[in-house]
Design a protein around this ligand. Structure first.
Ligand SMILES: *[C@@H]1O[C@H](CO)[C@@H](O)[C@H](O)[C@H]1NC(C)=O
Ligand SMILES: [Cu+2]
Length: 163
């Protein structure tokens, strides 16, 4: 009986470790290796999935470029004197993607937007990707001892994820 309980504990611990593993927030470097420059590849967003909690990192020489968030219409027209929703110019701007939806970014310097320094980011709701809650029946056999095993397994799993 003891070994059966140990097995159950181990199974519960492993399941809990997976369920409790947090979805890690990603930081996307805008333009990948080229950064936010005129050499920036317009295709850098392709194949990437942006989720609430992720963030965009704009890296650029602050005397040459900036970051402007605009509306979809102004984005299309490269209008940087219209409804500007935000401007950043530190040269190292981290912008969290705090909610789901579309956001349009351009460079507001000279005609850089027309030269291609512009992109749309579509952020998906994070709940769409999180694992479903465990069935309530699985909680019924979780005793204090199992909870401790789960905590230990969780700590081990957390340590494993750091490598
Ligand atoms: C930019 O947007 C503003 C506000 O909507 C508008 O007044 C202006 O004419 C636009 N400029 C261009 C070049 O489209
Ligand atoms: Cu620019």
């Amino acid at each position: 009986m003891a070994s059966r309980q140990v097995l159950l504990s181990a199974a519960a611990a492993i399941a809990a470790a997976f369920l409790l593993a947090p979805a890690s927030a990603e930081v996307f470097t805008v333009g990948d290796a080229a950064g936010w420059t005129l050499k920036y590849p317009a295709t850098w967003t392709e194949g990437k999935t942006f989720v609430v909690g992720d963030s965009l990192m704009f890296t650029y020489p602050s005397d040459k470029h900036n970051v402007m968030e605009v509306t979809g219409a102004d984005f299309k027209a490269c209008n940087v004197t219209g409804n500007v929703l935000g401007t950043w110019n530190s040269g190292s701007d981290a912008l969290p993607l705090a909610k789901a939806g579309r956001r349009w970014f351009v460079c507001g310097v000279g005609n850089h937007c027309a030269q291609g320094m512009k992109f749309l980011v579509v952020t998906a709701d994070s709940t769409a990707q999180s694992p479903s809650a465990p069935p309530s029946s699985s909680a019924s056999f979780i005793s204090g001892a199992v909870s401790q095993a789960i905590a230990a397994a969780g700590a081990i799993a957390a340590a494993a994820f750091m490598f």
